[in-house]
Design a protein around this ligand. Structure first.
Ligand SMILES: *[C@@H]1O[C@H](CO)[C@@H](O)[C@H](O)[C@H]1NC(C)=O
Ligand SMILES: *[C@@H]1O[C@H](CO)[C@@H](O)[C@H](O)[C@H]1NC(C)=O
Ligand SMILES: *[C@@H]1O[C@H](CO)[C@@H](O)[C@H](O)[C@H]1NC(C)=O
Ligand SMILES: *[C@@H]1O[C@H](CO)[C@@H](O)[C@H](O)[C@H]1NC(C)=O
Ligand SMILES: *[C@@H]1O[C@H](CO)[C@@H](O)[C@H](O)[C@H]1NC(C)=O
Ligand SMILES: *[C@@H]1O[C@H](CO)[C@@H](O)[C@H](O)[C@H]1NC(C)=O
Ligand SMILES: *[C@@H]1O[C@H](CO)[C@@H](O)[C@H](O)[C@H]1NC(C)=O
Ligand SMILES: *[C@@H]1O[C@H](CO)[C@@H](O)[C@H](O)[C@H]1NC(C)=O
Length: 478
């Protein structure tokens, strides 16, 4: 999810630029203002005043976005122009007319209110109360509200309530014990921080994976289950990238993604932010010499990133024309639309499944299908996974849940396989249940089942002739 070497042209250029950036220590370039980094119950921040983190990296204060006259309380990079806001408090309640201030009230909540006491925003209620609360802006960009005495327990932190930006160390996803769901919500427009139409969130209904949603209801993009190295749908995400470290945690208490940047043993910091910008995910890095943000990585890469581009059982291949094809044993569900290059109806089975006599067709090098209804078990081998799937008539496909150090673990699907795409490299193996008769025909046509690699070929994708489809296979074998 952002921040890895592009495989194509930009690799060397990017490498050089990020390295030059890493040589320049941030703290030498920004002279820390003598401003305070904390507020307590007796020292609010009024409009016009700011907090600056101890190392001079981030600043908190009031700002007016370009397309607005209203005031918002936000956090931005100190010393980076133009103003790059990473968090906004009162997104849903712009302050108009009167000046407001941020204070800590009698029960230890942060409250943004105007002089008459009218509240525009307050930090979420905490079960922990504190008589000595203090809010501190950290060099990570986190505004941390904690008890200044004794335990120092965290009452609230801005990192738990992201706006449109994920900073290094922020968690995108769930703390299951408390039901806390951290997700990104776009700005309504570049000049308006009120919540926009798109969100990027970790879905934990089945095997955890990230979705961009439109209006909270329509999936726009899915990054696929974490496979031990990366998200299944983001093969270019290199685990050993020198500048970034990516982590995904999914256990009984947490399900989240996070990234860290190299803290630059040589004394420099890579400055990077990950943003949901309308329907696009973007990772930016700050180029100190150019004094500019550089777009390091972004989505969508091609039309196959669009959710369910080729419908159920369809496979999207961005390097082929047409892009949609059906795996062996399937034919276009709606041949008329398919012929007009609308693959959204997907593919239908040629032969109904017959539980006992079925087998599996391997699809190599793909992004695993939508896993919201899938189940995972990391404790079994891929072979045991196959046996489990075969023994359960409602299992329609399986794959390894991890490819770290070889294929292991088990994901099983029991509803239609949606949103599969093929990658030139870095994809995974998906084993799709087929009736024995279809598998036999497939064996005949490809001679060697294990070598099936799918890809679309110009003519086979569109053929309505079952025999020709079968002879060439709809997704052709290489
Ligand atoms: C402090 O603010 C919180 C959140 O708005 C509110 O629930 C609480 O009642 C306030 N406490 C006082 C003493 O006003
Ligand atoms: C706070 O207390 C309420 C009611 O007792 C409980 O339902 C909730 O889970 C608690 N929240 C946290 C964050 O502990
Ligand atoms: C957004 O979702 C709501 C339901 O959550 C629905 O009523 C509304 O029509 C949707 N708007 C658009 C533009 O899809
Ligand atoms: C889940 O992982 C997080 C982060 O590593 C850890 O803090 C937490 O204790 C883990 N929970 C369980 C149940 O292992
Ligand atoms: C959103 O993307 C556009 C270009 O696609 C860029 O100009 C703009 O700065 C981005 N917004 C943010 C918050 O990075
Ligand atoms: C299922 O397939 C097996 C083996 O091919 C065959 O013996 C059996 O009759 C089939 N059952 C049905 C219900 O078609
Ligand atoms: C078969 O798979 C379905 C769907 O995952 C599951 O609900 C069911 O419990 C499984 N049956 C057995 C016998 O494992
Ligand atoms: C998951 O199951 C629900 C309920 O059966 C169904 O409506 C939905 O389409 C399924 N989603 C996927 C991706 O298969």
């Amino acid at each position: 999810m952002g921040g890895f070497w592009c495989e194509a042209i930009t690799t060397t250029a990017m490498a050089t630029r990020v390295q030059t950036l890493a040589l320049l220590p941030l703290f030498l370039l920004f002279s820390p203002a003598p401003a305070a980094d904390s507020i307590s119950a007796t020292s609010p921040v009024a409009d016009g005043q700011t907090l600056v983190s101890a190392g001079g990296v981030f600043e908190l204060g009031f700002f007016t976005p370009p397309a607005s006259t209203a005031r918002f309380l936000g956090i931005w990079y100190k010393g980076i122009a133009p103003l790059t806001v990473v968090w906004v408090a009162n997104r849903e309640a712009p302050i108009t007319g009167t000046a407001a201030s941020l204070a800590i009230n009698g029960t230890g909540s942060l409250v943004l209110a105007d002089r008459s006491g009218r509240p525009f925003w307050s930090s979420a209620r905490s079960n922990v109360t504190s008589s000595t609360p203090v809010a501190q802006l950290l060099d990570s960009g986190n505004l941390l509200l904690q008890d200044a005495s004794g335990t120092g327990s965290v009452l609230w932190q801005s990192f738990d309530y992201p706006s449109d930006t994920l900073l290094p160390g922020m968690k995108l996803g769930w703390h299951l014990a408390t039901g806390l769901d951290r997700y990104l919500t776009t700005w309504a427009s570049p000049g308006d921080p009120s919540p926009g139409d798109y969100t990027f969130a970790i879905d934990i209904r089945g095997v955890p994976e990230g979705f961009i949603w439109y209006n909270g209801t329509a999936p726009v993009y899915r990054n696929g289950p974490w496979n031990g190295l990366r998200f299944s749908g983001e093969p270019e995400m290199a685990p050993d990238n020198g500048n970034f470290q990516f982590e995904f945690v999914a256990n009984g208490t947490d399900a989240y993604y996070t990234f860290l940047v190299d803290d630059g043993g040589g004394g420099g910091n890579v400055v990077s932010r990950f943003v949901l910008n309308q329907s696009s995910l973007q990772r930016y890095v700050w180029l100190q010499q150019q004094q500019a943000w550089s777009l390091y990585w972004s989505l969508p890469r091609d039309p196959c990133d669009g959710y369910a581009q080729c419908g159920a059982y369809g496979v999207c291949d961005a390097s082929a024309s047409p892009m949609c094809c059906c795996p062996a044993g399937f034919t276009p569900a709606s041949p008329r639309e398919w012929a007009l290059r609308d693959g959204s109806a997907g593919c239908a089975r040629r032969t109904r499944l017959n539980c006992t006599g079925d087998g599996f067709l391997p699809l190599r090098g793909v992004k695993l299908p939508d896993a919201t209804n899938a189940t995972a078990d990391a404790s079994v081998s891929l072979d045991q996974c196959r046996q489990r799937c075969l023994a359960n008539c409602s299992c329609l496909a399986y794959s390894a849940s991890s490819i770290k150090g070889g294929e292991s673990g088990c994901i099983m699907w029991s509803s239609s396989l949606i949103d599969i795409r093929r990658f030139e490299s870095g994809g995974q193996n998906l084993f799709v249940r087929l009736a024995a008769s279809d598998l036999r025909m497939d064996l005949l046509s490809s001679r060697f089942n294990l070598l099936i690699i799918i890809s679309c070929s110009k003519f086979s994708c569109y053929s309505k002739d079952v025999h020709r489809i079968n002879a060439r296979s709809i997704c052709s074998h290489k």
